[in-house]
Design a protein around this ligand. Structure first.
Ligand code: C5P
Length: 400
């Protein structure tokens, strides 16, 4: 699967650089060509000669290296790979990336590239937890950069906590997944996301505050795990992820038709905030204000897409996951919803106004399954998605 892939590896200056040598060795074993760039600081931890010997190519070190500019300009170097991996990504290198600085070869390549970028941060726990680093991480995540780890544990500096670079095996797994050899490869997932718009007349509609961010993140995480994803989205405020089959819909009825059309699937994740009701007798023409009569709207119930799919005898996905956005008695209501709708799992969250969850970047969820409830810490929506997809992958490996 990885044969003939080209990876541009940027090695930052941290003690974890020694693990990167193992990453190079394993990538080469799988037929990947590895072009390496080292920062000045990286040379303090591993030698360019070790890197070159393992990669089988000379190492690029300086921005103004005329020979290499003549042979391969730094712009071309930044674009000729299928993936850029930064390992270890130091706090300094991440800060440069987050702010778009380009004052050495590594940072210039990262600014000039249009290739997907994956980084494996490694640093002291206090440096990792510092608000500046956390700001930079959030920025990089928002820029579409895939962040691996860091792991928690003993550190070379004698402290304990998050900041250890992920292990070479984890990096290899993330790369395999990126190239479509993931744990869910061969599985089809249908994900619904975003709000629905229910028209009143050709101009006006009824909507809700869902941004579509959580559904987006789930579709991206399923894609990264190797699943083929049909992403049925209402008019969300965030653009859909790349690498998924996008079906854009407007109303609950459109969404129902699109989901049915996308089946069969192995996995159904219903993250959309579907309008419970639609306007009865939508007007073909704009309703006029005539100065006298205030129009009244009556509603009819929309189909419950999740319940229909979960209870379907013919095309029920093996795993059906619903969401429950609640403002009170979250666990109790979610558990009841799981039974009522016939789905396997419910991802429940409190969307009360003070939580900042609806339309925000973080989510704090409780996973309700047949085995009980599991409260997760408040996490960025991407992290919630990755955890959920890990659970989905685990479910399939257990039932295989
Ligand atoms: O009943 P409630 O709207 O709280 O249920 C939420 C769950 O049901 C979500 O997973 C949502 O995507 C799904 N749903 C649906 N069709 C509806 C209403 C909700 O698929 N008409």
């Amino acid at each position: 699967m990885l044969t003939n892939k080209r990876i541009l590896l940027i090695i930052g200056g941290g003690i974890a650089a020694y693990k990167t040598l193992e990453v190079i060795r394993r990538l080469r074993e799988q037929g990947v060509s590895v072009t390496s760039v080292m920062t000045k600081a990286a040379e303090q931890f591993v030698t360019p000669m070790s890197v070159a010997a393992l990669a089988g190519e000379t190492v690029h070190q300086a921005l103004f290296d005329l020979t290499s500019e003549a042979e391969m300009g730094h712009i071309q170097l930044s674009r000729s790979a299928d993936l850029i991996l930064v390992a270890p990504a130091t706090a300094d290198l991440m800060a440069k990336m987050a702010h778009g600085q380009a004052n050495d070869l590594a940072s210039t390549l990262l600014l000039a590239t249009d290739t997907p970028v994956m980084i494996a941060p490694a640093m002291n726990v206090r440096m990792w937890e510092h608000p500046a680093t956390q700001r930079n991480i959030a920025q990089l995540r928002g820029d579409g950069i895939r962040i691996l780890g860091p792991n928690s544990g003993d550190m070379a500096c004698g402290e304990f906590g998050p900041g250890r670079m992920v292990e070479p095996a984890e990096i290899l797994e993330a790369i395999s997944t990126h190239f479509g050899a993931g744990v869910l490869s061969g599985r089809h997932a249908v994900v619904t996301s975003g709000p629905t718009h229910e028209p009143i007349d050709p101009v006006r509609y009824i909507a809700n505050r869902s941004s579509g961010a959580q559904g987006n993140a789930i579709a991206a995480a399923l894609r990264d795990a190797g699943a083929s994803v049909t992403f049925v989205t209402g008019p969300a405020s965030v653009p859909p992820p790349e690498g998924v089959a996008v079906v854009r819909v407007e109303t609950a009825l459109d969404m129902e038709a699109a989901v049915k059309n996308a089946l069969p699937a192995d996995i159904g994740v219903f993250a959309a905030a579907v309008a419970d009701w639609r306007v009865d007798g939508t007007q073909d023409q704009k309703i006029k204000k005539d100065g006298e009569k205030i129009p009244s709207i009556s509603f009819v119930e929309n189909p419950d897409i999740l319940a229909e799919v979960a209870k379907s005898k013919v095309q029920r996905p093996a795993l059906v996951v619903g969401f429950a956005a609640e403002t009170q008695n979250v666990i109790e209501n979610a558990a009841k919803k799981r039974m009522r709708k016939g789905c396997d799992w419910i991802v429940a969250n409190d969307v009360s106004p003070g939580t900042g969850i609806m339309g925000g970047v973080e989510n704090s969820v409780i996973l309700v399954t047949e085995n009980g409830t599991e409260e997760w810490p408040r996490l960025p929506k991407q992290e919630v998605a990755i955890r959920l997809v890990e659970r989905i992958a685990q479910h399939f490996s257990e039932t295989a």
